[in-house]
Design a protein around this ligand. Structure first.
Ligand SMILES: Nc1nc2c(ncn2[C@@H]2O[C@H](COP(=O)(O)OP(=O)(O)OP(=O)(O)O)[C@@H](O)[C@H]2O)c(=O)[nH]1
Ligand SMILES: Nc1nc2c(ncn2[C@@H]2O[C@H](COP(=O)(O)OP(=O)(O)OP(=O)(O)O)[C@@H](O)[C@H]2O)c(=O)[nH]1
Ligand SMILES: [Mg+2]
Ligand SMILES: [Mg+2]
Ligand SMILES: [Zn+2]
Ligand SMILES: [Zn+2]
Lengths: 205, 205
């Protein structure tokens, strides 16, 4: 059996499950510390009065991210992968056993901080949001074409730091655009609030 | 055959090879954009008059890092892993086929930007240097205990950005110390030059 096909089939099953429960699912991907949780927190704060929200956070260790998100008054579950550097559909299926999806309108799944593997293991989400921070340097889209090409939405995060790091955000945008002509590319700073409303709109929320 | 043992045996063979050629090998590990190449460049600039240096850079795509290091006048080789999220001993063995190690005193191996897998695949280096930047947030040591525990030297990089990100560097140091009581923990900024001499000393150069 083709291993890759097995994962794709499981992702398809997850998507059917989400659709049967009428829940919209957004996945956050990116390097360790690229700002995925901070972004989820900022978006959740803007929309939590309109939607019932569930958050799943994937990490190799700790429950820190779910604890941060839970402080915003929403249901947050940490999935520990036990060392695997990406979430797999079976991790999500397992975590869903304890949850009644029909209670929620929206689910965020934050994948393990890793710019390489997670993109190869879809989790059935309606939109996959790749978060690349300026703090990682100008070259991450060029160096990671697979993740850049497969994203549905691309966020360039922490743009408030561009001068301190010495990166040209325009160049990052052009690099991302060349690899992925379709995805909206949104410049965001959780510190200044820049781009958060634009992201909420791009997610159709 | 135990797969893990196979890798450890290969790492052992590499170590024996390095020692037979009298070359000291330092491996750089850490998240994408944690500052591994910038650190290698800064250290190389300080020691290139004393030592003959070879640099190997591992990445899933591009030759950008080797090109940056080559500008410092030293031999720099890029190893493209073709998508694998970490270097394996066989990648290094393959690259060494085109190199006469006896010409060099020191080799730097920069692993693929990934805070999870690379630590599980030793490459025979005499010292493994884990580079965690303040830009990734305060919690990376706590969230990545495996990498933190296995490092021989720990660098907290980009400390010039601590205020802009809002992290407590002292707390990061304490977290790292709790998990790894032996490794020197060095605070570094390539921008201000802070800590580079201390790192050179910690490497015995
Ligand atoms: N200056 C600035 N700092 C930010 C921004 N967004 C996040 N940060 C900081 O960046 C660090 C990492 O943010 P997180 O939200 O933990 O990143 P993450 O991608 O969820 O990290 P992992 O889950 O460990 O992969 C934290 O110290 C945040 O405060 C931003 O827009 N500007
Ligand atoms: N402010 C500041 N920026 C730094 C420092 N060190 C590196 N940078 C910047 O951080 C970004 C990433 O640095 P790199 O050296 O490319 O990081 P890397 O770990 O080699 O990245 P990968 O090889 O892609 O994993 C670049 O824009 C650097 O200029 C520092 O000490 N302070
Ligand atoms: Mg997070
Ligand atoms: Mg590099
Ligand atoms: Zn993986
Ligand atoms: Zn790996």
């Amino acid at each position: 059996v083709d291993v890759k096909q097995k994962y794709l089939d499981q992702a398809e099953m997850l998507r059917k499950l989400y659709d049967s429960k009428g829940i919209k699912v957004f996945e956050l991907l990116g390097s360790p510390g690229s700002g995925k949780t901070a972004l989820a927190e900022a978006v959740i704060d803007r929309i939590k009065d309109k939607y019932k929200i569930l958050y799943f956070g994937g990490d190799v260790a700790s429950t820190l991210d779910a604890e941060r998100v839970a402080k915003h008054g929403i249901e947050a579950v940490e999935i520990n992968t036990g060392g695997i550097c990406h979430l797999e559909p079976s991790h999500v299926m397992e975590a869903l056993k304890n949850v009644d999806l029909s209670k929620y309108d929206i689910m965020f799944i934050e994948n393990v901080g890793n710019l390489i593997c997670p993109i190869n293991f879809p989790l059935g989400a309606h939109k996959r949001i790749l978060v690349v921070s300026v703090a990682e340097g100008e070259d991450k889209f060029v160096k990671h074409p697979m993740s850049t090409k497969a994203a549905d939405v691309i966020v360039i995060s922490k743009v408030d730091l561009a001068d301190a790091i010495g990166v040209d955000v325009k160049k990052m945008e052009e690099d991302a655009r060349k690899l992925n002509p379709k995805a909206p590319i949104i410049k965001v700073s959780v510190k200044t609030g820049e781009g958060i409303d634009e992201l909420v709109k791009a997610l159709g929320l």
